[in-house]
Design a protein around this ligand. Structure first.
Ligand code: THG
Length: 282
């Protein structure tokens, strides 16, 4: 499957500072390390970047593609910054992201048409996050219709249900999985599907080991539903090993979930059959 490395992110202390200082070394090192560990795209997250977004994104795309031979996922709500990044990007980029909010939908899809790039369609609107898979489908349909207006083929669209932390919105875990299943039915040829995987375990209080188990189990369940790509941590070796074996070895990965008592407890948590607690791994 497609592994989008998430580590070049303005919200992390070291790389955020390096971006501010235009200090290439920490960014180059992180780019190389993610490539070495099996990433097939690198996400370049600069946040909303209202001020110097275009100049920063252009600098990051050049800096990263000077040292790794990978396509990039340009992650910001700032359309001018996406445009500046795409203008210097080598190969077929991924715009992260269009959404169901009209401004952001049309500006990002227009850029995807102009540069013939891939684009993530995040199934939320300016009104907020949908409550279930059906509401996500309505937004996904709007994005696909708008994409056609901008000459973006469906094969270039990656639909993202927007995953929420299981520790705070437990019933949303199955809505995410159900959304992936339904997105794949939207069109023939089918759109691709993607998630921000670590969203599922995101919680300051959750121990690292618990996070890793949640991420890996949820990934297997998502791939069973038809997931094509995940934005994830390529430095988590067990997670990458699992991702690289999918979807080819799906049946043996599912078998492992059924055999292992802790992993099967995680499955039941996502299915909302037992209540979530950080200590489920004990
Ligand atoms: N969908 C799409 N894009 C996305 C997301 C998504 N981009 C951002 C995010 N979600 C995925 N990327 C990251 C990048 C870094 C981290 C998590 C997700 C990360 N997290 C730290 C951790 O888990 O320990 C905490 C960081 C912090 O909050 O300080 O490093 O869903 N399309």
């Amino acid at each position: 499957m497609i592994i989008v490395g998430e580590k070049i992110n303005v919200t992390t202390r070291r790389l955020g500072q390096a971006m501010k200082d235009r200090d290439p070394k920490p960014i180059e090192d992180m780019a190389r390390e993610q490539e070495k560990n099996g990433a097939t795209y690198l996400d370049i997250n600069i946040g909303p970047a209202s001020k110097d977004g275009p100049e920063l994104m252009e600098w990051l795309v050049k800096t990263v593609q000077d040292v790794v031979d990978l396509p990039l996922s340009l992650d910001t709500t700032n359309a001018a910054a996406i445009d500046a990044g795409l203008a210097v990007h080598k190969g077929k980029a991924l715009i992260n992201s269009a959404s169901g909010a009209p401004d952001r939908m049309h500006s990002m899809l227009e850029l995807a048409g102009k540069y013939e790039s891939n684009v993530i369609g995040l199934t939320m609107t300016e009104k907020g996050i949908p409550r279930d898979a059906n509401e996500r489908m309505v937004i996904a349909y709007d994005i696909i219709m708008a994409a056609a207006e901008h000459n973006v083929p469906v094969e270039n669209i990656f639909l993202d249900p927007l995953i929420l932390p299981v520790s705070v919105a437990q019933n949303q875990a199955m809505e995410g999985i159900e959304s992936v299943k339904m997105f794949k039915q939207l069109n023939d040829p089918a759109p691709k599907t993607i998630v921000g995987l670590s969203n599922i375990s995101n919680n300051k209080k959750t121990p690292d080991l618990t996070k890793k188990i949640l991420d890996r189990v949820y990934l297997i369940m998502l791939v069973e539903a038809g997931l094509d790509a995940a934005i994830m941590d390529p430095l988590d070796e067990e997670l990458v090993e699992t991702a690289r074996s999918l979807p080819q070895e799906l049946s043996s990965r599912i078998n492992e979930l059924e055999q292992d008592p802790i992993l099967s407890r995680a499955v039941k948590i996502f299915q909302n059959e037992i209540l979530y607690a950080d200590s489920f791994v004990d």
